[in-house]
Design a protein around this ligand. Sequence first.
Ligand code: PMP
Length: 391
Amino acid sequence: MTWQQRYESSVMNTFGTPAVALVRGEGARVWDTDGKAYLDLFGGIAVNALGHAHPALVQAVTSQLQTLGHVSNLFTSEPQVALAERLVGLFGHDARVFFSNSGSEANEAALKLTRLTGRSHVVAAHGAFHGRTMGSLSLTAKEAYRAPFEPLPGDVSWVPYGDSEALAAAVTDATAAVVLEPLQGEAGVLVPPDGYLVDARRITREHGALLWLDEVQTGIGRTGRWFAHQAVADLEPDIVTLAKGLGGGVPIGATIAGRATAELFSPGNHGTTFGGNPVACAAALAVLDTIEADGLLDHVVRLGKRLSDVVASDPAVVAVRGSGLMIGADLAHEVAPQVVQAGRDAGFLLNATGPSTLRFVPPLVLTDGDVDQFAAAWPGILATADSAGTP
Ligand code: PMP
């Protein structure tokens, strides 16, 4: 039996059968079952912050597992407390952290927290992606994801992303929270106009509503700052949710809330068996330590600029946007899936978020040599895709 046949006869068909089965990785490179190498410009959907098999991550997870692998939340462990302290420090304001295992779960915790304000109305944005569990799905915009599972938890108003006036009109004194991605990831890396988050902060304050920023994709160095919202001076959200890059590939989610908001939870309100697991927390600490020790925030800014320039250098690309190593690109024609396929054939893992939109979210440890390799292949990938996509 081929691995495709084994997959299809054992794994639920929620993703379609993947095109490639991967065996191992190192840095920003992965190898498939045939031994073919790929430069990974997708990073497991913005997860592999330190790339693949990073020694610091391997060491942290290995030694933690050898010492203490799991304890439940009836107990705590040094990595859990140390990680909470670190995240509060990076957040920069008095805050508390709730740990979970994924972005969806980080958002579930945040949504439950907003309910404890005594209000239930939440404002979310068109194009938003906040996860697939029922609560987080209730805040995810895409109709195809939502419709089969309705009724979802209700009382959500939708506003165009980046439109401060629409936001001001939607938020009332009955609004519990406004939830926004600082840059929308799944929508194709959409960057809001300058001042949007400041407006969102002002509008929420005026109505006693919480400002909740979903940094599941944008957080932990992806945009060249610890949190994308830190590009805005003095912005203090009430809730920030994290996952993806935080564990560098080891599943972890975190909900950070300012002290007053965090104190809405009391014992018994919420819980999880695995959240804050010492192995996951040790992994996250290794990610944070490595980002700091290796100066990866500055590196991300520099490499992000280089990669954007390369992506934009071909006339088949009509727009490039983003921040750091979170880059979206619009193509002149609807050939994004063909670009992904031509990329794969040429040894690059790429990602399409729509028929003519690509997203680049590579490991933060991407090197200049990696960018050079991609630059040499990019025009050929686009040319192949263009001819494949023209009937
Ligand atoms: N929020 C955002 C902004 C995301 O990009 C994602 C995942 N793409 C999620 C939440 C959900 O995270 P997870 O898949 O880990 O549940």
